[in-house]
Design a protein around this ligand. Structure first.
Ligand SMILES: CC(C)(COP(=O)(O)OP(=O)(O)OC[C@H]1O[C@@H](n2cnc3c(N)ncnc32)[C@H](O)[C@@H]1OP(=O)(O)O)[C@@H](O)C(=O)NCCC(=O)NCCS
Length: 178
């Protein structure tokens, strides 16, 4: 796996985490137990910190990055991703916060200072502008993302199903790499 120290920050990767050999994890990054980082993902914690919770999957081609503190952004923007989050292929997650039990649709873009609260489905290809708060319990879709409807019980249940599905899949990949 490609896990690299940058200026005294070495990624902290918990037990049972899968990082695909083609993924890149750099710098001030923590990844919680049983999460999975799939092919060609970049997680670059060089100018601020990135934390990823437990049982979260960051799927193929995603980019997770942050914004440095400087004249344009005094505090910068770190990135926090919660537990049991499914981040679909090729999403761009930048300097934002994502709560627990969310589905981030493929190809979505989430910008600096945005917050995705717990239990949100963000439709594929959605764009969440800087600083926007995407509230809990709803389907949000579009560019910019708009609240469409409350989630059904099935969709609420799917968060855990999807997270556990990816935990099992990463275990198969880990076993096959031994
Ligand atoms: C949004 C989503 C959850 C479907 O929700 P839904 O309530 O079943 O929506 P429907 O399929 O009934 O579509 C409702 C409307 O939204 C539109 N729509 C569906 N997904 C959309 C999206 N991602 N962006 C914009 N519009 C979308 C449909 O075309 C439809 O429009 P219409 O009413 O004009 O015909 C689904 O399309 C989606 O984006 N899922 C994310 C999947 C993903 O990326 N998973 C991660 C990989 S593991």
């Amino acid at each position: 796996m490609s896990v690299r120290t940058f200026e005294n920050f070495t990624p902290i990767i918990d037990e049972g985490v899968f990082v695909d050999p083609s993924a890149m994890v750099v710098g001030d990054v923590t990844i919680g137990e049983h999460s999975s980082i799939w092919p060609l993902v970049t997680i670059r914690g060089d100018v601020h910190s990135i934390s990823i919770g437990k049982r979260t999957s960051v799927q193929d081609g995603c980019v997770v990055h942050v914004t440095h503190a400087g004249p344009y952004n005094p505090e910068g923007f770190e990135c926090h991703i919660g537990d049991d989050v499914t981040i679909g292929h090729k999403a761009m997650v930048h300097g934002c916060t994502i709560g627990n039990r969310c589905l981030i649709g493929m190809g979505s873009v989430i910008m600096d200072g945005a917050t995705i609260e717990d239990e949100v489905v963000l439709g594929a290809g959605s764009i969440v502008p800087p600083g926007r708060v995407v509230t809990s319990g709803f389907l949000w879709v579009g560019s910019p993302a708009r609240k469409i409807r409350p989630l059904t019980q099935d969709e609420m249940d799917f968060f855990e199903y999807s997270a556990m599905n990816y935990v099992k899949l990463k275990d198969r990949h880990l076993a096959d790499m031994d």
